[in-house]
Write a protein that binds this ligand. Structure first.
Ligand code: HH2
Length: 276
């Protein structure tokens, strides 16, 4: 099972780790710490030394209630760092929901687009179809980050999210995006209550989608709701969630704490593969 991206094929036969590089001054979990270009590049290099299999670069916070960033500002934050991280020898996805930013990132050579709105912005689907090799991550959410936590009315959250993701993948496929370019993401924390996030993962454990899926639990508020830990102290909770996601079938983990996640996965794999 491989995920095809612009320059690399990521082997997902074992779970992989995507290291987060946030270029936003207002991220919920690591706001502003990598704001300046050189610091962001150093952070990316550190994540790779720690064992990240790929990097995800984002310049607009999607935290509930976060302010929107204009296309020009978003690209101004992304471009210099993207140029640098594209030289580091691993796949790089760009976390954006703006078609113009996607195009510029793909023109610069980005390996994949990670879109929390699953390419629903005007022109986004056909743009991705016109870059024959780029990877795509389609995430489920409702509304906008500012309003999404008021949109949590579901009959059956697991079934609705799975249907949405399969529909989006089918639509893209029909437009010419090959299946092996597509990853799905249930969007933990996006227009879902804590209990719904848990129910959603339980559904995924029982019904695996037809494409590999990514789990983004790292430091999310559901983990605070369960454990009582503030965002700065959610490493143990994030590791437990990462492992539970892998057991539920996730093939890629979007995380802030790469070294600890890689360590957890290596011990888990050794024990899973051990025989008497
Ligand atoms: N979560 C965040 C941002 N982008 N992309 C995908 N595919 N899946 C996720 O779960 C996901 C995502 C939010 O986390 P973070 O990047 O740490 O914060 P912020 O959006 O505030 O920068």
């Amino acid at each position: 099972m491989h995920w095809h991206t612009t320059r690399f094929r990521l082997d997902l036969s074992r779970p992989r780790v995507m290291g987060i590089v946030n270029l936003t001054p207002d991220s919920f979990s690591d706001g502003g710490r990598h704001g300046d270009e050189a610091a962001a590049l150093r952070h990316a290099e550190t994540l790779l030394r720690e064992g990240a299999d790929m990097l995800d670069l984002g310049a607009e916070s999607s935290r509930p209630g976060a302010a929107r960033v204009g296309e020009v500002d978003e690209w101004a934050r992304l471009a210099p760092v993207l140029r640098g991280v594209l030289k580091l020898g691993v796949p790089v996805s760009v976390d954006t929901c703006k078609t113009g930013v996607m195009q510029r990132a793909l023109d610069l050579g980005a390996d994949a687009i990670n879109d929390i709105t699953a390419l629903r912005a005007p022109g986004a689907e056909s743009l991705l179809a016109s870059y024959p090799d780029a990877g795509v991550i389609l995430m489920h959410m409702r509304g906008e980050p500012a309003s999404m936590q008021q949109l949590t009315d579901y009959e059956d959250v697991g079934a609705e999210v799975l249907d949405f993701l399969e529909e989006r993948a089918t639509k893209l496929h029909a437009l010419g995006v090959a299946s092996h370019r597509i990853l799905l993401d249930p969007g933990f924390g996006f227009a879902k209550t804590a209990a719904q996030n848990l129910a959603l993962q339980a559904t995924l454990a029982m019904h695996s989608p037809r494409h590999p899926w990514l789990a983004g639990w790292s430091r999310k508020s559901t983990l605070g709701w369960i454990s009582g830990a503030p965002v700065t102290e959610r490493l143990p909770a994030s590791l437990a969630a990462a492992l539970a996601a892998v057991r539920a079938g996730a093939r890629l983990l979007r995380v802030h704490d790469v070294s600890a996640t890689v360590q957890v996965l290596s011990v888990w794999r050794a024990m899973e593969n051990a025989r008497p």
